[in-house]
Design a protein around this ligand. Structure first.
Ligand code: NDP
Length: 477
């Protein structure tokens, strides 16, 4: 019998994806550069479904039904390029080559266009949910042609997470759209984690809560609007004890320097090019960078002063509730900015991306899965061309109701000397959007003066320039 689909690259992700496919009734051809991984998959899991172990990529191609479908799950970058090149030589027009790794969408666009010339469908696919998601149901974001999705889509939908009977998988858009959306997803994940980190820091520093007490607070938050995978696992991390023994909290033994693999950085780099202010994501990426500059932090610790007085909070329970509201409002801003970026990317690269559908496929399987994604889906379903998520009635009410708490939290953080770049940036964005007048008018004046860059008027069309005299006798020219 021939295989329905193949997976090549059987490290953590590929192995789990292959098992997921087999468990869902698909016959899966499996292959890995080093044979050992293929053998161990068969030895341990052949009982889970139908696998066909393949020695080479040529074997893979021979074992597949047409049109052939091959998922590449190898190391992103050069490894992926190498495997794709080898497969391109072996596959035939109409076959479908899926890259499920964390590729940059620009690379996916390049690969798609090169393979299209050879009659092959290349489907750059974002897969979120880590190791556990790959096995039990990830959120899947496939790009490529609608034609490829017709054959491939049903298989991917059968192995994705399901929420209320709807698969967390849909055709995102042409060429690199899937990897683009996965990139923004990861950027939002950075912002969300940063905001959670700031909430933790504030409650611990200002109120002196213990990790156990904090775990309880996050557990309670996870029963309301904030219900999400990230809040759930925050409680779990905070409740953990040091595995090396003693009564101490795990968190207090962990070095406070964060790693990054790069998708957050990509998001910010591309956002700069698109002119989309994803300040929440940018602050999160920079906050990780600051944490990693140990030398500067060591030098500054003894030199730079904190506030001279300890901040007194009269009503600790009220402050906890304020932080919860500030977290929710800031999170809404981070998602609003992320969805703006998807819209801007779709315009720039000519993709037809349904924003509501993106919220729908993030409801399950992925790291940012959360109750409130349903609200985002509703908002875009009701008004597909919503100028900003923040002006949707539900979200406008949420941020408006939360704004007093948000301001108190940012002010208290400043007074207490707790850095809150995420909360601060989100609040500034909210204020910038709603203000009648921004200081951009002054900036126009400055640019006209020092560089004759011209300015625009509120009461007339066109560009104007003043001849700046320095003696108050400026003339319009
Ligand atoms: P790794 O990124 O660790 O890559 C290892 C796999 O790549 C092995 O199977 C290895 O084969 C293969 N490989 C590397 N170079 C080559 C090459 N030149 N030719 C052939 N095979 C090669 O595996 P992961 O399972 O962690 O991740 C796979 C992909 O999924 C990556 O793109 C990664 O970024 C992405 N990923 C996504 C996650 C998510 O949550 N969505 C989480 C983790 C990863 P060999 O055994 O022979 O060395």
């Amino acid at each position: 019998d021939k295989a329905d689909i193949a997976v090549t690259g059987l490290a953590t992700m590929g192995r789990n994806l292959a098992r997921n496919l087999a468990r869902n009734g698909h016959t899966v051809a499996v292959h890995n550069r080093t044979r050992k991984r293929t053998d161990s998959l068969i030895a341990e899991f052949s009982g889970e479904g139908n696998f066909i172990a393949c020695e080479s990529l040529a074997d893979v191609v021979r074992s597949l039904k047409r049109p052939r479908k091959v998922i590449v799950m190898v190391q992103a970058g050069a490894g992926t390029d190498e495997v794709i090149d080898q497969l391109a030589e072996l596959l035939e027009p109409g076959d479908i080559l899926v890259d499920g790794g964390n590729a940059h969408f620009i690379d996916s666009r390049r690969r798609e266009s090169a393979l299209r010339e050879r009659g092959l469908h290349f489907v750059g696919t974002g897969i979120s949910g880590g190791e556990e998601g790959a096995l039990n149901g990830p959120s899947i974001m496939p790009g490529g042609t609608a034609e490829a999705y017709k054959t491939l889509g049903p298989i991917l939908e059968s192995i994705s997470a399901q929420v209320d009977g709807t698969p967390c998988c849909t055709h995102v858009g042409a060429d690199g759209a899937g990897h683009f959306v996965k990139m923004v997803h990861n950027g939002i994940e950075y912002a969300d984690m940063q905001l959670i980190g700031e909430s933790y820091d504030l409650l611990r520093t200002v109120l002196g809560k213990t990790p156990d007490e904090l775990a309880e607070i996050f557990r309670t938050w996870n029963t309301g609007d904030l219900e999400s995978f990230l809040i759930e696992i925050t409680a779990e991390v905070l409740a953990a004890k040091d595995p090396r023994g003693g009564d101490g909290a795990f968190i207090d033994k962990v070095l406070d320097q964060t790693e990054q693999k790069g998708t957050g950085r990509w998001t910010v780099q591309i956002a700069l090019d698109l002119g989309t202010p994803v300040s929440g994501i940018a602050e999160a990426v920079f906050a990780r960078s600051v944490s990693g500059h140990a030398e500067q932090r060591n030098a500054a610790r003894g030199v730079l002063d904190g506030p001279s007085e300890k901040v007194a909070v009269d009503n600790p329970d009220q402050f906890v509730e304020d932080v919860r509201r500030a977290l929710y409002a800031s999170k809404v801003v981070a998602y609003a900015q992320g969805f703006d970026m998807i819209r801007a990317g779709a315009e720039a690269y000519d993709w037809n991306i349904d924003l509501g559908a993106m919220a729908t496929i993030w409801r399950g399987g992925c790291i940012i899965r959360a109750r409130f994604l349903d609200r985002i889906r509703e908002a875009y379903e009701k008004t597909p061309d919503l100028p900003s998520l923040l002006v949707d009635p539900y979200f406008a009410r949420t941020v408006n109701e939360g704004q007093e708490a948000w301001r108190r939290v940012v002010a208290t953080a400043a007074a207490a000397g707790v850095p809150v770049p995420g909360f601060g940036a989100a609040l500034s964005y909210f204020d910038a959007l709603r203000r009648d007048r921004l200081p951009a008018a002054l900036l126009q004046g400055l640019r006209d003066l020092f560089g004759a860059h011209t300015y625009h008027r509120t009461d007339a069309e066109g560009s104007f320039h003043l001849e700046w005299s320095g003696d108050r006798s400026e003339r319009e020219v």
